[in-house]
Design a protein around this ligand. Structure first.
Ligand SMILES: Nc1ncnc2c1ncn2[C@@H]1O[C@H](COP(=O)(O)OP(=O)(O)OP(=O)(O)O)[C@@H](O)[C@H]1O
Ligand SMILES: [Mg+2]
Length: 245
């Protein structure tokens, strides 16, 4: 593994019975980069995220953080090592208000903060994610854009080194999506390494330093956004013919 890789996967496989959802995927994510992951529905993107974040144990292969194996560790252990994921289907504690949802992230996460210090950390995160004006609203009553932002805030509250974002711009209008991209950039500028899955091409192409493309469980391409956009295999599998024009 290159010294520059913070997170690296080698021949990662995840099977569900006869289905190979992730098929021998290699990847390397560098410190403080924004690494995009794209591909058609069912390509295995979410499954790969779940293998990294400890929700699933990979069937085989290796996932290393700073050179140490994390593949197969439980999600709370992986979180304690500094890797956390948001979920494609947002699932905050719906009855709880925004502030309490973020507090759960702080208490669950790595900061070790309690009492007034935990509250101050919650405040900092609410302001950073621009959710402070909505802190008393129950998560279930938020607009989708704010619920997505809350999902990011909860993950951020655990103080990750690596933040995995699964479709945080999906379903947002162009203005909301641009604000999400701006938030992602600020998170990276604060030193957090980001791996993101996204179908909103404008968002992922503009924000990613490098992009990996998956199809049917396998990696089919990797490179700078501009290279990916003109890769024939990627166009065929995912971007479609309109993208060529
Ligand atoms: N828990 C599971 N049990 C069985 N099969 C699963 C499970 N989770 C995912 N799959 C299958 O694995 C494949 C990859 O699914 P995955 O959700 O990782 O795709 P994805 O790239 O995230 O797709 P999308 O863009 O639609 O979110 C699909 O064929 C899916 O049906
Ligand atoms: Mg998915």
């Amino acid at each position: 593994m290159a010294d520059s890789a913070l997170l690296a996967g080698r021949a990662v496989v995840k099977r569900f019975g006869g289905l190979v959802a992730v098929n021998a995927v290699d990847f390397e994510v560098r410190r403080a980069e924004i690494f995009g992951l794209i591909g058609p529905n069912g390509a295995g993107k979410t499954t790969l995220f779940r293998c990294i974040s400890g929700m699933y144990a990979p069937t085989s292969g290796s996932i290393r953080l700073r050179g140490k194996e994390i593949g197969g560790l439980a999600a709370h252990v992986v979180c304690a090592r500094g890797v956390v994921t948001t979920h494609q289907i947002v699932r905050p504690f719906l009855e709880m208000n925004v502030r309490r949802n973020v507090l759960v992230g702080v208490l669950y996460g790595r900061s070790g903060l309690r009492g007034a210090r935990a509250d101050a950390e919650v405040q900092r995160i609410l302001e950073f994610t621009e959710l402070a004006p909505h802190e008393h609203i129950a998560a279930k009553s938020l607009t989708l854009a704010r619920r997505k932002r809350l999902e990011v805030a909860r993950a951020l509250a655990t103080r990750p080194d690596v933040l995995l974002l699964d479709e945080v711009a999906a379903g947002l209008n162009p203005t909301e999506s641009a604000r999400m991209v701006e938030l992602i950039r600020r998170i990276r500028d604060a030193g957090v390494t980001i791996v993101m899955v996204e179908h909103v091409m404008k968002a992922i192409m503009s924000v990613s330093d490098r992009i990996m493309v998956m199809d049917l469980g396998a990696k089919i391409a990797e490179g700078a956004p501009a290279e990916i956009a003109k890769d024939q295999r990627v166009i065929k599998a995912y971007l479609g013919q309109e993208a060529v024009a």
